[in-house]
Design a protein around this ligand. Structure first.
Ligand code: CU
Length: 131
């Protein structure tokens, strides 16, 4: 005879097995804008902070493997600008120089390799370029 409690425990164990550790990992991190509002121009620095969600700690040793910035939020996904990494003096902050030639919303898509994580951590951060 199988009791109701045993069934519940088995279901819970299965759910936990699904949730960890394979599915933890990349979703444990988040990219946030350091300053979401910037002034449009041809010499703009956009900066994001990579944080470990559970601890709130900045991730200082990430390797940025992919970046793109375009105006997809304003329906101009083809309007992209090149990004050049620039040094940041704040731990866990990754900064890029770019050209935001048009006022409006720009979406930074960023991929990072974080130590101990097999998959790439991906972030989508919106910046607003103001006149
Ligand atoms: Cu545009």
């Amino acid at each position: 005879m199988t009791s109701r409690l045993e069934i519940t425990s088995a279901a819970l164990a299965a759910a936990l097995a699904l949730a960890s550790p394979a599915m933890a990992g990349v979703n444990d991190y988040v990219f946030e804008p350091v300053k979401a509002d910037v002034t449009k121009g041809d010499d703009v620095v956009v900066a994001v902070r990579l944080k470990h969600k559970a601890t709130g700690k900045p991730v200082t040793d990430a390797v940025i493997v992919q970046t793109r910035i375009d105006m997809a939020p304003d329906g101009m996904g083809d309007m992209a600008s090149p990004l050049t990494p620039v040094p940041s003096n704040e731990p866990g902050v990754y900064a890029f120089k770019t050209e935001l030639s048009m006022a409006g919303r720009w979406l930074l898509s960023i991929g990072a390799k974080v130590q101990g994580e097999a998959e790439t951590v991906v972030g989508k951060v919106t910046f607003r370029a103001n006149r």
